[in-house]
Design a protein around this ligand. Structure first.
Ligand SMILES: Nc1ncnc2c1ncn2[C@@H]1O[C@H](COP(=O)(O)OP(=O)(O)O)[C@@H](O)[C@H]1O
Ligand SMILES: [Mg+2]
Length: 306
C-alpha cells in the first residue's frame, strides 16, 4: 500500500505547493513511483511546478465521472517516476465537497498503486482539509516564520486534532462532552480540544485510550519555509514544543527551508528549482528534509472516515 503524505498549512503562500513539488521530485529521483495530487482545487497550480503547463486531465474528470477510475486522471510529468493529478480545471472550492464525494476520493486514492503519494492541500481549516490530513499518519505542516502563518498553522493542527476526537462520538455524545467541558473549565472550553480530551478521559476511558494510541501513532511533521537570515533558526522547535505542551500532540520538526530568490526565478522560468539550482542552501535543506520524511518506517496508511 502506498504511503500518503498530506501537505498543508494554515495560510496561502507559505510554500505548500513548492514543498510538495520538491518532495515529489526528490522521491521520484530515488526511483520511487511518486504521485502528487493537487487538492487545492480552488487555487490549483501544482501542475506548473512539476512541468505540466497545460494538463490534459484533472481531478474533476473523476469527480464528474468523465473517467471511471482515478488512475485515468493521472498524467505523466517530464520527470521520470513523477506523476500528477492536477486540479487545474476545477472551478469549485474543495471546501464544498459533499461528504460522499470526499469518501469516494479517499477510497480511490488509497487504492492507487504508487510508492509515495503527496497531497497538496488548500489553506485553511475546512472539514475536507482536516479529513485529508486524517487520511494518513504522515501529515506535513508548512509555515513561514511570520506570526500570522504560525498562528494559522497552529489553528490547523488544533483543528485536525479536534476533528479526530470528534470522529469518536455521536453528535449527542459530543454535545454532552462540550457541555461538561464548559461546566468544568468555563466558557470557551467547548472549543479547546485539551479540555474535551480531559472530559473524555473521565467519561469514556476506552475512547480516551483509543485516541491516545492513535495520536501516539501519528508522525506529524512541521517545516518552516522561507526562513530569512535574521529569522530564529529554532523557531520550528519552539512551535512543536508549544503544540505538545498545550495540545499533547507530538509534532516533529523536520527543519528549515531558507528563503531564496532563485525559487522565484525557477517558478518564473517554469523549471524545477532543484534541477536548476541544486547547490543552493535551500536545495540542500529540501534534500535533508526529504531524507527524513521518506525514510522507511513500516507505518501503514490509516483511514478514519472511510
Ligand atoms: N523557500 C522559498 N524561497 C523563496 N520563495 C519561496 C520559497 N517557498 C515558496 N516560495 C514562493 O512563495 C510563493 C508561494 O508558494 P506556493 O508554494 O505557491 O504557496 P502555497 O501553495 O502555500 O500557497 C511562490 O511564489 C514561491 O515561489
Ligand atoms: Mg498552493
Amino acid at each position: 500500500m502506498a504511503h500518503i503524505w498530506p501537505i498543508g498549512g494554515g495560510k496561502g503562500g507559505s510554500g505548500k505547493s513548492f514543498i510538495t513539488s520538491s518532495l515529489g521530485r526528490l522521491s521520484a529521483g530515488l526511483g520511487r513511483r511518486t504521485l502528487v495530487i493537487d487538492l487545492d482545487l480552488g487555487a490549483a497550480n501544482l501542475h506548473t511546478l512539476v512541468g505540466v503547463p497545460y494538463p490534459s486531465k484533472s481531478f474533476s474528470d473523476f469527480l464528474y465521472k468523465k473517467v471511471a477510475r482515478l488512475d485515468d486522471a493521472i498524467e505523466e510529468t517530464p520527470f521520470e517516476n513523477l506523476f500528477l493529478i492536477s486540479g487545474a480545471q476545477d472551478h469549485f472550492d474543495i471546501a464544498n465537497l459533499p461528504y460522499e464525494q470526499k469518501v469516494k476520493i479517499l477510497r480511490a486514492i488509497t487504492k492507487l498503486d504508487y510508492d509515495a503519494i503527496l497531497l497538496d492541500l488548500g489553506a485553511g481549516t475546512s472539514f475536507n482539509t482536516l479529513d485529508f490530513f486524517l487520511a494518513s499518519q504522515n501529515g506535513i505542516f508548512i509555515t513561514t516564520p511570520e506570526p500570522t502563518s504560525i498562528e494559522n498553522v497552529y489553528r490547523l493542527i488544533r483543528s485536525v486534532y479536534f476533528r479526530r476526537i470528534r470522529y469518536c462520538f455521536r453528535i449527542s455524545q459530543f454535545k454532552a462532552l462540550e457541555e461538561k467541558a464548559i461546566e468544568r473549565f468555563g466558557e470557551g472550553a467547548f472549543n479547546r480540544p485539551e479540555c474535551i480530551m480531559s472530559v473524555v478521559a473521565q467519561d469514556y476511558p476506552e475512547s480516551h485510550r483509543e485516541l491516545r494510541n492513535d495520536f501516539d501513532a501519528f508522525r506529524f511533521r512541521l517545516m518552516v519555509n522561507q526562513l530569512r537570515k535574521r529569522d530564529n533558526t529554532v523557531l520550528g522547535l519552539h512551535i512543536c514544543r508549544v503544540i505538545e505542551k498545550h495540545i499533547g500532540l507530538r509534532v516533529e520538526f523536520t527543519g528549515n527551508v531558507s528563503y531564496d530568490d532563485h525559487v522565484h526565478d525557477a517558478v518564473c522560468q517554469r523549471v524545477s528549482f532543484l534541477d536548476r539550482y541544486p547547490y543552493t542552501k535551500t536545495a540542500g535543506e529540501l534534500r535533508a528534509a526529504s531524507r527524513q520524511i521518506f525514510q522507511p518506517t513500516g507505518r501503514q496508511l490509516m483511514l478514519q472516515c472511510v
